[in-house]
Design a binder for this molecule. Sequence first.
Ligand code: AHR
Length: 502
Amino acid sequence: FQASLIVDRDYPLAPLDRRVFGVFVEHLGRCVYDGIHEPSHPTADALGFRGDVMALTRELGATLVRYPGGNFLSGYDWEDGVGPLVQRPRRLDLAWASTETNQVGTHEFMHWCRQVGAEPMFGVNLGTRGADEARRYLEYCNHPGGTALSERRRADGADAPFGIRLWCLGNEMDGPWQIGRKTPDEYGRLASETAKLMRWLDPSVELAACGSSAYDMPSYGVWEDRVLEHCFDEVDYLSLHSYFVKPPADSSTESFLAQIETNARYIEDTLAIADAVAARKRSRKRLMLSFDEWNVWYRARHGAHMRQPGWPEAPRLLEEVYTAEDALLIGGMLTMFMNHADRLKVACLAQLCNVIAPIMTEPGGPAWRQTIFHPFAQAARWARGEVLRPVIRSPGRLHPVHGELPHLCASVVDDPDTGRTAVFLLNRDLGEEMDLTLHLRGLGPARRLVLAEELHAADLHAANTLEAPDRVAPRDLVNLSIDGERLRARLKPASWNLIVTQ
Ligand code: AHR
């Protein structure tokens, strides 16, 4: 079937904030311990971080890393994770029924961030702790010196302040599973007061308030409205979290991939609520969004293994094995994120290593790329510059909630500095090839191809495993021609594609 995509350099949407290529590292299962950190691994550095995982994190292109949780954050005492390693306490982590050894804390994580070249996004615990503790932690991290807390950081080995700019004010504070769950009024007031103290201490910080922990939470909407009523003026971002599922009642690939539209509505509805609060306050401020947890997560989610007996250290939790089908959804979600670049400034794929993750490891053994690694790495590498507004003409499929959904999902990012334009394309039709005509208007008549890749697996359930780590990986996209500003490509059914021209 035929489809077309038109973009015009004169119709930009917004510059793409590269922090949308963030990831998440939580003290959960084998994400930190036996994941990014394994002192006995042959590739480990002096602080015990695996070199092979660092190399894959750089290849993934993660620009930002959210830390240290997640549900873990709501019971975390940051002081357990600083000072000499031998004095660090072992604690029970109630969020994941595990033993936390605190061998990785603020200093170690900041070292790791520098090694992988990613900006940190830290969280303050608003579950069991509050505004004053957040203020103390920020002073420890960001104040240059001359006070008890900043001198303690210096004595702990970091002479210069960490300069951590982005902070989450708690995590999923609406969830019944959260340690120290709050009502929206309780949380909104606490977020407002915490933000006030943090800004007085360091005016350069950027703060994200917790939105609902999912679009389908019964309190969605009311939560956003009440929370923002209290803290709208004090915060910069509102968070969204979304995990993509496959309900047994409708496990079709078509419905699975329609979650791109569900999440687009989640973004647009959340913006509508934030803008309504702004209108009520006669405020011209426009709140931005931080989609700081997102991924496919439905297999390793339920059942006894979620809380293992005996308070284990680094148990195997949430170790989802991703398929080619999952990679298509991740790619489609990234196009949708790019097409909301005017208001979506931060996003974190949850998580990075072993726990619902693009990177897997075996203790003492190799690290490998899951299927979802590939669309993320391609986007993080090539999506730079200005997002252009795409005009898509494509046949589609009738969806019971969203109406007609086009088979083609696409985004285009143009980098005026390099002259490169990256086009990201998902063909959601499962049975037919797409004959795509791409009009790159205003981008110059003599364009040449820099790169063209496709991710396609005949078996949508194909996965990358320890035994076969490269079963699903991008290959060259060959059915392609350029004629001036017009490009023609033949896209396989159920395929994710990247075309870069210059
Ligand atoms: O990412 C796994 C968990 O999902 C996080 O700890 C929590 O914030 C969310 O519910």
